[in-house]
Structure formats: C-alpha cells, structure tokens
Design a protein around this ligand. Structure first.
Ligand code: CTP
Length: 344
C-alpha cells in the first residue's frame, strides 16, 4: 500500500490536487491495524480525477457514484477515493445531499472523532496529520464520540457503526454520545430495510459479533429495528456453530423470539432475500415445535418435525432448548437426518 500511496501522491501533486488518507484508514493506521482498503479523499479535484488517477496508476475505476466516490483497482489493491465534500441531510435517515468542500468540511461531516482524521499524501507535507476533533486523543482514551448532536438523527446507521467499533476495538461511548445514541434509536424507522440489513450484515462479519449483538440488545438497537428481535440465550457459547453458516446462525438467533405472526413484518422490515427469509421461517417453525420436542418421542416423529429445516435454524434452537429437546435436536442433526430407508 505504501508504494501505491507514494505513486498516487506524485500524480495528485502533478494534477494540482490535495490528496489525503482519511477516515477509518487513519484510525487503523494509528491503531497499527492494517487499513483495508485505504480511503483517500481528494480536495480541489475535478469529477474526472478518479479516472485520471486510476489510469495514471495503471488501474481502473470499478465503481463510482453520484456522491463523487469511486473504487479503484490497481493491480491487486483496492482503493476507495472520494472527492472532499460537504453533506446536508434534508430529513432524518435520508441519504445526504452532497457538494464539493474543503478538507475541514469533509472531516466535519463524518461520524466519530476517531474517524475524522486525515493524513496528507502530497509530497510537500507527506504524513502530516489533520485532526480537528482530537480523534487521536479519543483513540488514546478509547472513546467513541460524535462530532455534533444531530449525528445519529442525520444518519441512524451510525448507531450500528458505533457498536461495531466499540466491539472491534474495545472502546466505550463518551457520555453525551451514549445519550444521543439512545435518543437516536427513534430515527432508525426512517432508514430503508436494505440499509439496515447491510449494517446487520457488517456486524455479522465482525470477530466479536456476539458481544456486539449483546450490546445492540442492551442499547435497544435490536428492538428499534423490530420489537421482538433479540438474541437467543446461549449464543455466546456457540462459537463452534459460528464457524459454518455463520450469518444464518446469527440470523436465526435474532429472529428466535419473533412471534410467528410477526415474521412477515420482520422479513419486510429488513427486505430479506429468499435464503434468509427461509432460514428465519425455519428458526421460528422449529422453535414452535420445542414443547413437543421436549417430550420423549420416537425418532420418526423427531424426523417428521425437523425434516427440511435448515441446520443453522435447528442449531440455534438447540442452544435455547431444555435438555430433552436439545437432545432430540442433536440426535436429528448428528444421526436421523442422514438415515436413508433401505426400501424405496
Ligand atoms: N462515515 C461516516 N458515516 C457513515 C459511514 C461512513 O461518517 N455512516 C465516514 C467515516 O469517517 C468512515 C469513513 O466514512 O471512517 C469510511 O467509511 P467506511 O469505509 O464505511 O468505514 P470505516 O470507518 O473505514 O470502517 P471499516 O473498518 O468497518 O471499513
């Protein structure tokens, strides 16, 4: 990445553009974590700068958007490049209106102080840190802190970002930020299903996912997405179940307490695709057989109750089950589902 950034620096300088490493990339650099991919911000650049930079680096633009952001692929490396900008939110949870801005504008529109730092990449001041909100201090203090009181109202997806970072790097919330988070929960209803689901998917990819989901539950974030979303008890001990079908196990856990009649509403709220909807329905269906599964049953009945249900859904129900039911579920998973009759 260093060589790539050096080349980008020379090209930006030739084109009269101020180029910075920004946001999460600077945070990760100061934490000695590898930023992947690096985020760059260009000040004073024309809209064709991403294409010009990609071309000069021998790469290509793989995606660009109306917000002046682009993804470049240069050999094996990916780079996120954005033109520095100001943002305005017309209403809570809406996507922002964007216009070109200075580096200061670009940092001030961001979520948390630790994500609002920039490092200059131009040869004249290579490596110089811009840190108007004392993000470096908050990194040392291990604090997640918003830059202004309307941050969660403008963009309620930041509630998910806050819990992701706090779980990932073991940070706590600054006291005003914590209060604003609780207050910001009500704005989540303005955010589309796709955007909320995307944030949940990002949480699912975090290494400390269970701790992060527990925090989401404590803060009321799961309930703000849909009232009966919660975590199955026992998930914390399920690290081996998280190896296979990780996302489906986590999804099953989240919907485990959803009343059957609310399932369609949850599917609509998160705009779940076919696979996720099916697994969510399986988790709820298996849960509804738990009292029967808690009784001594012939294997044929256990098979009939569980046949065709997704393994992830069954594993999650096993975590929450009374011992007798857990035994029937485990029997099904380890043996009964593999039994084939000798006669057709
Ligand atoms: N950002 C923001 N509000 C959001 C999303 C992003 O202010 N809702 C800003 C933050 O400054 C963030 C940067 O845009 O650091 C880049 O966003 P992204 O790549 O999504 O996140 P990272 O902070 O890089 O986090 P991750 O390590 O999870 O990619």
């Amino acid at each position: 990445q260093h060589d790539l950034l050096k080349s980008a620096s020379g090209i930006a300088d030739r084109l009269g553009v101020d180029l910075y490493l920004v946001g999460g990339a600077v945070r990760d650099l100061l934490l000695a974590r590898r930023p992947n991919p690096p985020d760059l911000s260009a000040v004073g650049a024309a809209t064709d700068f991403p294409a010009a930079l990609a071309k000069a680096l021998g790469g290509q633009v793989t995606a660009d958007s109306q917000f002046g952001t682009a993804k470049l692929r240069v050999r094996e490396a990916l780079v996120d490049l954005a033109l520095a900008r100001k943002e305005f939110y017309a209403r809570p949870g809406a996507l922002p209106t964007v216009e070109p801005g200075s580096l200061e504008d670009d940092l001030a529109r961001r979520d948390f102080s630790v994500n609002a730092m920039a490092v200059s990449l131009n040869p004249g001041d290579w490596g110089e840190l811009s840190d108007p909100f004392d993000g470096a201090g908050d990194l040392k203090r291990r604090l997640i802190k918003v830059l202004h009181p309307l941050s969660f109202q403008d963009d309620p997806t930041r509630l998910f970002r806050a819990i992701r970072f706090s779980g990932r790097i073991d940070f706590t919330f600054e006291s005003d930020t914590k209060r604003l988070m609780r207050d910001g929960l009500r704005f989540l209803e303005n955010v589309s299903g796709d955007r909320v689901r995307h944030e949940i998917e990002l949480v699912f990819q975090e290494q400390s996912v269970v701790a992060i989901l527990q925090l989401a539950e404590q803060l009321g974030l799961l309930a703000a997405v849909y009232p009966s979303l919660s975590l199955t008890p026992g998930l914390a001990g399920a690290s081996s179940d998280l190896e296979a079908d990780r996302e489906l196990v986590l999804l099953s856990s989240l919907v485990y307490s959803v009343p059957r009649n609310d399932l369609d509403a949850v599917v609509r709220r998160l705009n779940l695709g076919t696979d996720w909807s099916r697994v969510a329905a399986d988790a709820v269906a298996v849960r509804d057989t738990m009292s029967e599964l808690g009784r001594p049953l012939p294997p044929s009945r256990v098979y009939a109750l569980l046949h065709g249900r997704h393994e992830a859904a069954i594993s999650v129900c096993a975590l929450a089950a009374v011992p007798e039911a857990a035994e029937n579920l485990a029997h099904y998973l380890t043996r009964l589902r593999h039994v084939r009759p000798s006669l057709n």
